[in-house]
Design a protein around this ligand. Structure first.
Ligand code: GP9
Ligand code: MN
Length: 597
């Protein structure tokens, strides 16, 4: 091994350690040994080359892996998940998300590239270690043992973070590839509504209520960007953050224990899950998975029942490949940037105010045609990194000084502005006489709060006055459903997730789901419910009526956090049994999606 090879190996081993420290606190030493062993194998392989070729290859490997480590760290910062090679497919979107990427950069990341200045000097050094056969064996045998051990440990857990911890970033890519190939076939005769019923980990009450309570009403499903539950009904310095949403909640069925389930496709995954009641796969945007397929969806069902269906979003429809997803979901039409224009820009599109106004114009038009409509409105202004223009800040809450310059502060302001715009939408609907003719479901697509630096963590700690839980707080988004005639306001404590929106609304509208493939549960009639989460939290995470489950280092271990008391305990057999059931249930959903034509 020449000096460049040794140097590259040491530099990469340190970078691997640095990456681990930044991503996961609890580093598994044997896992790190497996990661270093894999690096050693690669470097030994490249050492077979000689002269300039070897220098270039070592330099290239170091550069490539440095970028991969850095991407993995930023990816983890944002998604709380381990990056896989599958993300290469979305690299084309990088230009459009430039602001978000810049917001995640940090000076300390320069350390990943500090060693490159040394390469010109290294190539002049003639130092080398000649490896005898015995020395090679002495190196390769333990390396092989560490890799084997790491691979075995990685296969024993559902959690991607634990898998990475056990085998390192390169090894994890292999694990991710193999687990995709090994998906078991669960249903020999295809996935039927009866099979789903049998495996469903929730139970309905004996008597079903509210069936058809909203029959003949229009339907608006409004998806709010990055809105988490904790800001609702919250005052900061005596001022409500979301006064308009709070008023709306008070007239609605409000679900405080509702969670996002999106995968890599974020906003578009939330649209997908809501309109299909199918689980997102996690590490790939569903819009790319379902391109060209036909899905029996909520819009399709509504269409068959006489509704005109349309979806509205202020960004270009090409973002997240939505044109294909909307075709798959069977919407009659969509309205995107072409329709909304670029006036009054906030984030990727026109402001929520303009968005609602222009959407409303269309709703009035649909209503005028005399038939019912289903409108899926996808708001946008409160998008990461929450850079509101000054004139919009004037419409948002005035925060105390300690929030100045913090991302938490920007986030709260952005949500507060989104609330202001929502208030305008409600006013508009009332003015147009649509408010009492329409069932309105409002929910947050996914989390928005970033708590990566200390100042922001402090602000969040102060807000919560207790630990901020990575699932029960971070992934907790609001769902409220307002049904004209039932606007007494009711808090429904049933646990639910995005998959449950479709069945809940279908029952209210009086639509029969017996023949439909639906993985969610009617939240207004559930006795108990359980939902799986597998992005932004490790696969195996689930929430039931009592607790959130976090998967452990083996498939038979984990930790549960009680929803009310927040007490943490080790998972018992019953919790592991529930884990197995929800994993099987999610696999059933995946198998269904893969089987679609
Ligand atoms: C852009 C918007 C992006 O159209 O959907 O939101 P995101 O998916 O990043 O939350
Ligand atoms: Mn979003």
């Amino acid at each position: 091994m020449n000096f460049i090879a040794i140097f590259t190996f040491l530099a990469l081993s340190l970078k691997a350690l640095f990456a681990r420290t930044l991503m996961i606190g609890d580093i598994e030493l044997t896992g790190y040994a497996a990661e270093v062993s894999l690096l050693l194998l690669v470097i030994l392989g490249l050492s077979l080359f000689r002269g300039r070729a070897r220098t270039i290859l070592m330099f290239g490997l170091n550069l490539l892996l440095s970028f991969i480590f850095l991407s993995a760290i930023m990816y983890f910062d944002f998604y709380n998940s381990i990056i896989t090679y599958k993300s290469l497919g979305q690299a084309g979107q990088i230009g459009e998300v430039r602001d978000a990427v810049t917001a995640l950069l940090h000076w300390k990341y320069l350390l990943f590239f500090a060693d490159f200045v040394l390469y010109p000097f290294l190539s002049r050094s003639s130092f080398k270690i000649s490896l005898t056969k015995t020395a090679m064996v002495l190196m390769l045998v333990p390396a092989g043992v560490f890799i084997g051990n790491g691979a075995y440990n990685a296969s024993q857990t559902f959690s991607e973070t634990s898998q990475y911890n056990q085998i390192g970033l390169l090894g994890y890519q292999l694990v991710a590839g193999i687990s995709g190939l090994n998906a078991a076939q669960l249903a020999e005769d295809g996935i039927t509504p009866e099979l789903i019923e049998e495996k469903r980990p929730s139970a309905l009450k004996e008597t079903i209520s509210y069936t058809g309570a909203a029959k003949d009403k229009h339907l608006i499903i409004l998806q709010l960007e990055s809105v988490q539950s904790f800001l609702l009904n919250r005052k900061i310095n005596g001022v409500e953050v979301t006064p308009n949403l709070n008023k709306f909640l008070a007239e609605s069925f409000y679900f405080p224990h509702f969670y996002t389930q999106v995968g890599k496709g974020n906003t578009s995954d939330a649209e997908y899950i809501t309109n299909t009641s199918l689980y997102a796969l996690g590490d790939v945007p569903m819009s790319s998975v379902v391109t060209g397929k036909q899905i029996r969806s909520f819009p399709a069902l509504l269409g068959e029942n006489g509704y005109h269906t349309a979806t509205f979003h202020a960004n270009a429809v090409s973002f997240w490949n939505r044109q294909d997803m909307y075709a798959t979901l069977g919407f009659d039409e969509y309205y995107d940037k072409k329709y909304f224009g670029t006036q009054d820009m906030v984030s990727y599109g026109t402001s929520d105010e303009v968005f609602y106004q222009k959407s409303l114009d269309k709703l009035v038009e649909f209503d005028g045609r005399g038939s019912r409509f289903y409108a899926n409105l996808i708001a946008l202004s409160s998008h990461f990194p929450f850079d509101l223009p000054e004139e919009k800040k004037a419409m948002a809450i005035d925060l105390p000084e300690e929030y100045n310059g913090s991302i938490v502060g920007s986030y709260i302001e952005a949500v507060s502005y989104a609330d202001y715009a929502f208030g305008k939408l409600v006013e508009g609907l009332k003015e147009q006489g649509l408010y009492e003719k329409t069932v309105i479901a409002v929910y947050g697509d996914h989390q928005g709060l970033q708590t990566k630096n200390e100042a922001d963590q402090k602000l969040v700690e102060n807000l919560f006055g207790r630990e901020y839980h990575s699932v029960l707080d971070h992934l907790n988004v609001p769902l409220a459903i307002r049904v004209p005639g039932l606007e007494g306001g009711q808090t429904v404590k049933t646990t639910g997730g995005l998959v449950d929106i479709y069945p809940t609304l279908a029952n209210l509208l009086g639509l029969d789901l017996k023949k439909e493939i639906v993985f969610g549960t009617d939240l207004l009639n559930a006795k108990q419910n359980r939902i799986g989460i597998r992005f932004y939290a490790p696969t195996g995470t689930y929430v039931n009526s009592k607790y959130a489950f976090a998967p452990g280092e083996t498939k038979g271990s984990g930790q549960i956090t009680n929803i009310d008391s927040r007490n943490r305990t080790a998972a018992d057999d019953a919790a592991i049994q529930q884990l197995e059931e929800i994993m099987e249930f999610m696999s059933l959903s995946d198998e269904y999606v893969k089987s679609l034509e």
